[in-house]
Write a protein that binds this ligand. Structure first.
Ligand SMILES: [Zn+2]
Length: 90
């Protein structure tokens, strides 16, 4: 069941890699995701192009980030909408 595989062609993956060095592993992403979500909610995620590129390119971490963002936003009484669109904005 890899029907979504076409969403990330080799070419697209290379573009993302080139756009955001150093490329993060999922472990790196997982270690930084809490802080990144806090910055996205605060409107200050522009300094993390590698995190953003990873969340765009990696469906598993992208889903994790969205879930976490919704939880934190609810906890803080923030509207998650704008932050959600910033999370993976190109
Ligand atoms: Zn990942």
């Amino acid at each position: 069941m890899m029907s979504s595989h076409r969403a990330l062609s080799k070419e697209a993956a290379e573009r993302l890699t080139l756009a955001a060095e150093p490329w993060l592993s999922c472990d790196d992403c997982f270690e930084q995701i809490d802080g990144y979500i806090e910055r996205v909610l605060a409107g200050d995620a522009a300094r993390d192009p590698a995190m953003r590129a990873h969340l765009i390119g990696c469906a598993a971490c992208g889903d994790e980030a969205r879930s976490l963002l919704l939880l934190v936003a609810e906890d803080q009484g923030i509207d998650p909408g704008p932050a959600l669109s910033r999370l993976t904005a190109e």
